[in-house]
Ligand binder design. Structure first.
Ligand code: KIV
Ligand code: NA
Length: 264
């Protein structure tokens, strides 16, 4: 086995092959997803919510995300590991973006980074790519901009669709190897996907994108509330709740541990 590379991702687009991406934040789940054949794993700043318990992605820092990224890189053999650049770690300048990305690659073992924004982050994307950092872009609903957007809502309706297409094309031109389209109308996402030569990765963007991404706790039924676009493929919250209750009952009853789980 060798790592998936950005070249493989480009070839998949040429061949018209769709591919899945999942988030990952720790060793055991990253290994499971790697062995399940998920080719790209994202250490998302959604860790702010699903790992750290914040109610938006804004509070997490590079220092918060680095150990999670390192855990995912160490525990996988095949997946391309993409690290999210958190809020405030790249918007300032291309130099700041490069310094942050270098930490994710050197200390976190990431193979690429993701950042949010359209034309305004083109200088960052160009500087990163010129320095050898593959960049996944992210437009549409960009959660780090929740305060300027005014909530988590569908983006790109009506005339805004033109701007999203222009953003996507500018990011492709700047050298991004893929672009996430979050919470945009399906028809717009399909149109953008058809006009780009780099793959689009949809989340809440319908079936016309080249790839799809979900936060793993959402798709596995661990998250208490999920958006309309999330499909759940497992019911881990109830399985884990049952496990915890089962353990608790047996401890209280004195039936765990039994002889089979004790040393003579
Ligand atoms: O942080 C994240 O999990 C993401 C994906 C949902 C695209 O950015
Ligand atoms: Na993110």
């Amino acid at each position: 086995t060798r790592r998936v590379t950005v070249r493989d991702i480009a070839l998949a687009k040429e061949r018209g092959e769709r591919w899945p991406m999942l988030t990952a934040y720790d060793a055991l789940t990253a290994r499971i997803f790697d062995e399940a054949g998920i080719p790209v794993l994202l250490v998302g700043d959604s860790a702010a919510m699903v790992v750290y318990g914040y109610d938006s992605t804004l509070p997490v820092t590079v220092d918060d995300l680095l150990p999670l990224t390192a855990a995912v890189s160490r525990s996988t053999r095949r997946a391309l590991v993409v690290a999210d650049l958190p809020f405030g770690s790249y918007q300032g300048s291309p130099q700041q973006a490069l310094a942050s990305a270098a930490r994710f690659m050197k200390e976190g073992g990431a193979h690429a980074v993701k950042l949010e924004g359209g034309e305004r982050v083109v200088p960052q994307v160009e500087a990163l790519v010129a320095s050898g950092v593959p960049v996944m872009a992210h437009i549409g609903l960009t959660p780090q901009a929740v305060n300027t957007i005014g909530g988590y809502r569908v983006q790109g309706r009506g005339a805004d669709g033109e701007r999203l297409l222009a953003d996507a094309q500018a990011l492709e031109q700047a050298g991004a190897f893929a672009v996430v389209l979050e919470c945009v109308p399906a028809a717009l996402a399909r149109e953008i996907s058809g006009k780009l030569s780099i793959p689009t990765v949809g989340i809440g963007a319908g079936s016309g994108t080249d790839a799809q991404v979900l936060v793993w706790q959402d798709m596995a039924g661990l998250s208490p509330r999920v958006a309309k676009f999330v499909k759940t493929y497992a019911d881990l919250a109830s399985d884990l709740g049952d496990a915890a209750r089962g353990f608790a009952e047996e401890v209280v009853a004195g039936t765990f541990p039994d002889e089979a789980h004790s040393y003579a």
